[in-house]
Design a protein around this ligand. Structure first.
Ligand SMILES: [Zn+2]
Length: 66
């Protein structure tokens, strides 16, 4: 199984959305926030790595852009 570009973008948005809603008064908030940052960073790297140069069909059969 592989995530496509749109999946990754949605995951990044979801992490950012969740991170913005961390309650700073809660125990472990900073740790959780750092973990979200780490996850967002990984997803952004993944998105860059999966970029397909010379994509033959970004809106059709390409599995990455699907
Ligand atoms: Zn593509």
């Amino acid at each position: 199984m592989q995530f496509n570009e749109r999946d990754i973008q949605r995951l990044i948005w979801t992490c950012q959305w969740r991170k913005e809603r961390i309650d700073p008064m809660k125990k472990g908030a900073e740790y959780f926030s750092n973990q979200m940052d780490d996850l967002i960073h990984k997803l952004e790297n993944y998105k860059e790595e999966m970029d397909c140069p010379d994509c033959w069909d970004p809106h059709g059969t390409c599995q990455i852009h699907a």
